[in-house]
Design a protein around this ligand. Sequence first.
Ligand code: HEM
Length: 439
Amino acid sequence: MITVRSGKPWGHMRSFRKDPLSFLQMAAKYDDEIVSFRLGHKSVKLLVHPSLVKEVLVSKADCFHKSKPFQELEPLLGNGLLLSENPTHQKQRRLIQPSFRPAHIKKYADLMAESTRCFLQDWGEREERWISNDLMELTLEIISQTMLGVDIENGHELVGKPLETVMEIATKRIRSVVRSPKSWGTTDNIAFKQAVDQLDGIVSKIIENRHVNKSNAEDLLGVLIQSQETSTEKMEVEQLRNEVMTILLAGHETTATALTWTMYLLMTNKNIYQKVQAEVDRLCKNDIPAYEEVNHLEYTEKVLLESLRLYPPAWLIGRLAIKEVMIGEYQFKRGQTVMISPYIMQRNSRYFEEPERFNPERFVKGKLQKVPEYVYFPFGGGTRVCIGKHFAMLEAIIVLGALMKNFNFYFNKESIIKADPLITLRLKQGLHAYVERRK
Ligand code: HEM
């Protein structure tokens, strides 16, 4: 383990706030196991060895909680699946998991395809589009249809925008040395509260409507409500709200971001773009890939996996030691903050030849060759592994396949593309492209 010293009272906070990706990449070069540094008064350990990552995420996961910064989202997500700790987490995960089993997800494929078909119908013959925004809208529609059985009219305005406000303000707070109490009437605090209230209103309406009209009882909302009605340990109303909010946020934002990066990578790598389009043209009978066709779109899957390597939306996973624990040969005290970054690990030249190059051929049958476990983990790992992993991959293949089958995309070379590591790894000004309907 090496300690990187700054000599400043605020430690490395300034460099971290200014450009966290470059800062972490620089830090990771000091050592191949653990790099220790200070952010404000807090000591942070960045893990850069896969076996240590595995210990924290898997074998010693019960010695850790989610780290504090994530709790900035607490007013929005409460103790929903993403933020809760045991015993609530275990109980809720058991309840929600069946809705995500691969066999169960099959039936969502038709809904995903139908939402995508309707969405793309409105696109013109030739126009410039704000692709990142489009993908947010589409993935929001898909998650609301599949998991909650609703079509949120004007979803981007009503849900997408307030979610964006919450994420931006939460990121600002995470990066500040001094945070004002949430009760203070600052502009950000007011905007944050208004956004959460707006989202609360929508989620309450979705739940109320379902209580009145008991259709679609088999989707996730149905499962949650049913458990509320029949379980001996009744789920609180608040818990139901938190789970719905969590699924709404976690279930669309990351997938939209992954798809946006993939479109950027494809438009700037024409050979790879053409191979994806050729595969989709050859294997998909209709305009939108059908469930049975998805498994055959091997090259399209490789492209998505490689895009998740270079631009993992969940670029930073944080943990807090809740008791003293040995990680490798190192003793972590209770209260130690630990950072694990898929972005840093997945670009490590120790494991990848030409790590910065977009090369989907690194993957064979959905797996990386000759790379140890926990070097590549865009969906996390252990008991907190992404519950929507299979759902997200299915959705991403269907949406990407549909985009490629129906349109040609041209990158506007004037666009400035820069990664923006908010809570998820976005593109700083989104992604714009010229889009032309294929004949
Ligand atoms: C490309 C898309 C996605 C990526 C890259 C992604 C990534 C992740 C990662 C890395 C975690 C673990 C975070 C941690 O350990 O602190 C996670 C957790 C989670 N994800 Fe995803 N995710 C994606 C899509 C989805 C989708 C589509 C859903 C829901 C439909 C979803 C729901 C969740 C939930 C509820 C958790 C918390 C699980 C728990 O703690 O038990 N995610 N995701």
